[in-house]
Design a protein around this ligand. Structure first.
Ligand SMILES: CC(C)NC(=O)[C@H](Cc1c[nH]c2ccccc12)NC(=O)[C@H](CCCC/N=C(/NCCC(=O)O)S[C@H]1O[C@H](COP(=O)(O)OP(=O)(O)OC[C@H]2O[C@@H](n3cnc4c(N)ncnc43)[C@H](O)[C@@H]2O)[C@@H](O)[C@H]1O)NC(=O)OCc1ccccc1
Ligand SMILES: [Zn+2]
Length: 238
């Protein structure tokens, strides 16, 4: 079925994966812009630094629901397939936009969380670190917004809209070394993260897209697969 992709993987020397929320819908976590995406129900503005400053209570009402869902979720066959590719030496890095930590739970070791992680939080005033599971307990006890001992508002360790993407230099350095990138379960609409697959392609590398819906890079891709990642990726590994 996916001979071409297997051939590309085997004939490449520095393969990376660039992943998005479509990886985790199979684990019961909503994506953003898909048919049942979060942005169909909420305005993306809620995931911005401005909104956290203006209305931390509503911000946490949105994030605490997602955080609980994330703690109940587990890695699906698509996460495990990428971990298997890494073990086979056919995948050097996973650069993910996801904040759910499911790649690591699926067994991947070389993971860059370009938009941060929901599993850690910190004080927006003194940067004191907090485990998100502790923060959820504070909210359960009625403390919303959750406050640090210094009185500062605690926030999840994720990159919000309007905030700089700390890991972008490191991710683009790796992309400039790669000769193959698989863009998986992402609409490729968020900047500057979406420079990662572009950089590999502009350096003469190959681009493989596995996504249910169209993306802005389909026309420059070497291979496009319209299918469910939790079905397609295990078949590629077989
Ligand atoms: C929306 C976009 C237009 N906006 C941006 O890109 C903005 C910049 C910008 C503003 N206005 C603009 C106008 C034009 C262009 C750009 C901009 N970017 C920023 O603000 C960035 C920060 C962006 C990071 C925001 N944080 C996230 N997440 C963490 C939080 C959280 O998650 O709550 S982004 C968020 O979107 C990312 C991308 O979404 P996808 O993962 O691709 O998910 P999506 O739903 O879109 O697609 C999923 C696809 O999977 C498919 N699918 C679903 N299930 C399956 C399945 N089972 N199988 C196969 N496919 C499947 C679906 O069909 C769908 O196509 C997510 O990963 C997630 O991380 N920061 C910055 O620019 O800072 C500057 C700066 C510099 C210096 C100093 C100060 C400031
Ligand atoms: Zn503090």
């Amino acid at each position: 079925m996916y001979e071409k992709i297997v051939e590309y993987l085997l004939s490449s020397s520095y393969q990376i994966a660039f992943t998005g929320a479509g990886m985790s819908t199979g684990s019961g976590i909503s994506d953003f812009r898909g048919p049942n995406g979060l942005w169909k129900r909420y305005s993306p503005e809620i995931a911005s630094a401005d909104f956290l400053r203006k209305d931390p209570k509503s911000f946490w009402e949105f994030y605490s629901v997602r955080m609980r869902g994330l703690f109940e979720a587990s890695a699906n066959p698509s996460h495990k397939a990428l971990a298997e590719m890494e073990r086979m030496g056919l995948l050097k890095w996973v650069i993910t936009q996801n904040i759910d930590g499911l790649h690591q739970q699926g067994g991947s070791r070389n993971v860059i969380e370009i938009h941060g992680t929901m599993r850690r939080s910190y004080c927006s005033t003194c940067f004191e670190p907090y485990e998100s599971s502790e923060v959820l307990k504070m909210i359960d006890q009625g403390q919303n917004p959750p406050l640090c001992k210094c009185g500062g508002v605690i926030r999840p360790d994720v990159v919000l809209f309007g905030e700089p993407v700390k890991e972008i230099e490191r991710a683009l350095k790796i992309a400039s070394r790669a000769d193959l990138v698989m863009a998986i379960g992402t609409s490729l609409t968020v900047y500057p993260a979406n420079l990662v697959p572009r950089t590999v392609k502009e350096n003469g590398g190959r681009l493989i897209i596995v996504n249910m819906e169209e993306t802005p890079l389909d026309e420059v891709a070497d291979e496009v697969v319209r299918g469910q990642v939790e079905k397609v990726l295990p078949e590629i590994v077989e």
